[in-house]
Write a protein that binds this ligand. Structure first.
Ligand code: PLP
Length: 413
């Protein structure tokens, strides 16, 4: 439990969140979130916020979104019982298969939803940022689907590290814009995309990839990704005969985790978010934002961030490029501070071991990001025998083969 609020204030905020009344009309999740952006960006954010209000819950928009999720993304994704992993862990393990969604991860739910919104708002072109390239791929695919040109901003360092995804994005018809400023990775790519947006807030739609940044993005992305938790909840009732005792999801910016958790927060289910523990506990050795960070403003949102004593944002480190971000969505900051969700971390080596175990027991090659959730769930199962465990399998690991190839498989006993 956090020391940010008194216990009664935490309870009051959690009650508001459970009732579904977050964020408030200023985009706040308790003290977190909001919109801390330069004056030049205010018209663009105002326009987006008005568009979200008008269209997101409009039945015609929802019908179109659900149809794309079904016919193009391939939803509902399966809920898979994992008998051999259950036996190995002494638990009952269920897996929500976002790896089976089109383009191989949950990111497509958000990308197609926002691409449809861009169309409704009359945008002439879409811009997006990407770090590892996964959101770039999803955005390029979604824009091709709705017939809008797309430019993906990507740090020059990431372009070199993720060359296959650069090629994938281009083949899907999008332009890749190399970002040579700042740290030349994800953070710089977001800054550069925001700069581009200011030049034409009416013609350009900015398709942000996670539940981070200034209002309304954390809310918009949560609403679009909540399909994961809504489906999983119903599938657990239908297939397992009841809700899980505990649910795990990996946390980078926090979009797959909030998508799974949000529809479960009113239930009596333990929720655990798993961040990248990298190679160690020192500042700069991991991306365990909630587990080790402090409150501050990053890219328009008041949230928990990794910073040094002078407020300098820290670089992160993780074997999984998709968890490598110095901030986290503001709703997670609140869920942690109120004690509703627990956030822990798993190290690179633990994630790699869990990835191998899942391959060998269930024939599922999961993404390196997702492997962190398995690593934490495995330890939990040892400490709490006989639990019914739900794991949000955010994506598939095919994209990680270049990384995995460099790491020799462990010899199993
Ligand atoms: C991008 C990505 C993540 C991390 O992003 P969130 O916004 O935290 O969900 C996790 N898993 C996979 C497979 C990803 O591609």
């Amino acid at each position: 439990m956090s020391t940010l609020f008194a216990a009664d204030e935490a309870k009051r905020l959690l009650d508001v969140a459970i009732k579904g009344d977050m964020p408030d009309d200023r985009g706040r999740f308790g003290p977190f979130g909001g919109r801390y952006v330069p004056e030049t960006l205010v018209p663009a954010f105002d326009r987006l916020e008005a568009g979200v209000k008008e269209h997101l819950h409009d039945p015609a928009f929802q019908a179109e979104f659900q149809k794309e999720l079904h016919e193009w993304v391939g939803r509902p994704t399966a809920l898979t019982f994992a008998p051999r992993l259950s036996e190995a862990w002494g638990a009952e393990v269920w897996i929500k298969r976002e790896d089976l969604a089109h383009t191989g991860a949950h990111k497509i739910n958000n990308a197609i939803g926002q691409a449809l919104l861009a169309k409704r708002l009359g945008a002439k072109r879409v811009i997006a940022e990407t770090g590892a390239g996964q959101h770039g791929v999803a955005s390029a695919a979604a824009c091709a689907r709705v017939g809008l040109p797309c430019a993906v901003f990507m740090g020059a360092v990431d372009m070199e590290r993720q060359a296959p995804n650069v090629d994938r994005i281009r083949r899907l018809g999008a332009e890749v814009v190399a970002v040579e400023t700042g740290d030349k990775t994800l953070r710089a790519a977001i800054d550069e995309a925001l700069r581009e947006w200011v030049t034409d807030p009416n013609g350009i739609y900015y398709l942000l990839g996670s539940a981070v940044g200034a209002h309304p993005y954390p809310y918009l992305v949560r609403e679009l990704q909540s399909v994961i938790g809504k489906e999983a909840r119903q599938q657990m009732l239908d297939q397992a005969g009841g809700l899980p005792d505990v649910a795990f999801a990996c946390v980078g910016g926090g979009s797959n985790a909030i998508g799974l958790f949000h529809p479960l927060i009113a239930d009596d289910i333990e929720l655990i978010g798993v961040e990248a523990g990298g190679i160690g506990d020192g500042l700069g050795e991991n991306a365990a934002t909630l587990a080790t960070g402090t409150p501050g403003v990053l890219q328009g949102s008041y949230t928990i961030i990794l910073q040094d004593d002078d407020g300098q944002v820290q670089e992160t480190q993780s074997v999984s490029a998709g968890l490598d971000y110095s901030g986290v969505g503001p709703e997670h900051a609140l869920l942690q501070a109120t004690g509703r969700v627990k956030y822990i971390s798993a190290r690179d080596d633990e994630a790699l071991e869990a990835l191998e175990e899942l391959c060998a027991t269930e024939g599922i090659l999961t993404a390196l990001e997702t492997a962190h959730a398995y690593a934490a769930a495995r330890i939990y199962a040892q400490e709490n025998p006989g639990k019914r465990i739900l794991i949000g399998n955010s994506g598939r690991g095919d994209k990680d083969m270049p990384t995995l190839t460099k790491i020799p498989p462990r010899i199993r006993s």
